[in-house]
Design a protein around this ligand. Structure first.
Ligand SMILES: [Zn+2]
Ligand SMILES: [Zn+2]
Length: 242
């Protein structure tokens, strides 16, 4: 019998189709909003202008003007990360797409960024597992959304790698790193991470995060993983700040 429940259901299905149609028929470029090719996230001009992070320091992903074995900072003091790869540089249009994904939950932007990561990282040495850098629970409640996990999940799917989302925990709320200088950042992060003891860590793990600035967060997480028995810790990030 048609009733309020059925009518409600029909309205839901109708809304779902309209949304799906909107995705399938979207012909606007995610970065510049100009008309593009149907089914493509970026117009040809924005696709060609994506700031891929080449060349970069193999240890910390710092953008370099020319290929070099290591950047000056890593020559002085090697980070606890065996290798770091950033798909993109934090420049236009990534500096607009990433905040839209991170703070406004723009899932199309997130999908595009995860695809860029999968394309760039497919040929790298395969780890035993991917570990998203966790947000502290307080921050997660505030934002309702964990951007590192939301990038790591499709990345793990695309590259057919195991994802260990609960292995690394943020045990101490830290102040936003953007408010602090480099020394204060390192201090802020001391003992910020713990490894879940119930899970034995595989030998080679990769940390996944959205943006890398100084690398203090990734290094603190890597130290915790090394202390817990991981033999090799790499980092794969979406975008590197120069
Ligand atoms: Zn465009
Ligand atoms: Zn470096």
């Amino acid at each position: 019998m048609p009733g309020p429940v059925n009518l409600n259901g029909a309205a839901k299905v109708d809304g779902w189709w309209r949304r799906l149609g909107g995705v399938l028929c979207r012909a606007r470029c995610l970065a510049c909003g100009e008309p593009g090719r149907p089914g493509a996230d970026l117009c040809d001009a924005c696709l060609a202008a994506l700031p891929w992070n080449d060349p970069a320091c193999p240890r910390c992903a710092l953008p370099l003007p020319a290929p070099a074995p290591l950047c000056a900072a890593c020559r002085r003091r090697a980070p606890p990360l065996h290798a770091t790869h950033a798909a993109l540089r934090y420049a236009a249009p990534v500096d607009r797409l990433l905040p839209r994904f991170k703070f406004h939950r723009d899932l199309a932007a997130g999908r595009l960024l995860a695809e860029a990561m999968a394309g760039r990282f497919a040929a790298l040495p395969r780890p035993d597992a991917l570990l998203p850098v966790p947000l502290h629970l307080g921050r997660l409640r505030q934002r309702g959304y964990d951007q590192a996990l939301e990038l790591a999940r499709p990345l793990a799917g695309a590259l057919d790698l195991p994802l260990l989302p609960g292995a690394l925990r943020r045990v101490r709320a830290t102040r936003p790193q953007s408010e602090l200088d480099a020394t204060a950042r390192a201090r802020n992060l001391r003992d910020a991470f713990a490894v879940e003891a119930s899970q034995p860590l595989p030998a080679h793990v990769v940390l996944v995060d959205d943006v890398m600035t100084t690398g203090a967060t990734l290094c603190a997480a890597a130290r915790a993983l090394r202390r817990a028995g991981a033999r090799r810790v790499d980092a794969w990030v979406c975008a590197r700040v120069a």
